[in-house]
Design a protein around this ligand. Sequence first.
Ligand code: SF4
Ligand code: SF4
Ligand code: SF4
Length: 152
Amino acid sequence: MVSIMEIYQLLPKLNCKECEKPTCMAFASSLLSGESEIADCPPLYESGYESQLQELQSLLAPVSGATETGLVIHEDLCFGCGNCVVACPVNVANDPHGAALGLAPSNDKVILEVAGGIVTSKNVGECRRFGQNKILCDVCIVTCPSKAIEFV
Ligand code: SF4
Ligand code: SF4
Ligand code: SF4
């Protein structure tokens, strides 16, 4: 999981506010949440910051592919077994006639479902890791045999 400090260490640390954030640390937080983009920091593109820019782009590559809740599905690792689909407690609660019975989802209220041999996500705002009653649920992560699910 990428941390704010890891991002901050790669920024120019000028606190120049060109990114429209009060400090580089605030910009690091904004990058992590996906509110800002690396390109919003012009000094990073000046001479002398080439290696920092490259490292930052590599570090944030998984974040840029994440859903609004930080869920990343590594499609190259998923083989569509469906373990996560029938194990996710939200899927089970919202789909009593499908996922709760160990079957394919029977409605659109689920978070995870297999389509075309690969798991896909929707309704990610329902995930127990997020929202008002945030719980560090890791059921989908631990039930995946190929480490295809990650939260960043
Ligand atoms: S533009 Fe870059 S160097 Fe300036 S405050 Fe923002 S993050 Fe820091
Ligand atoms: S973290 Fe929990 S609630 Fe969220 S998708 Fe995974 S299993 Fe479902
Ligand atoms: S993400 Fe993992 S558990 Fe879910 S369908 Fe793909 S391989 Fe199976």
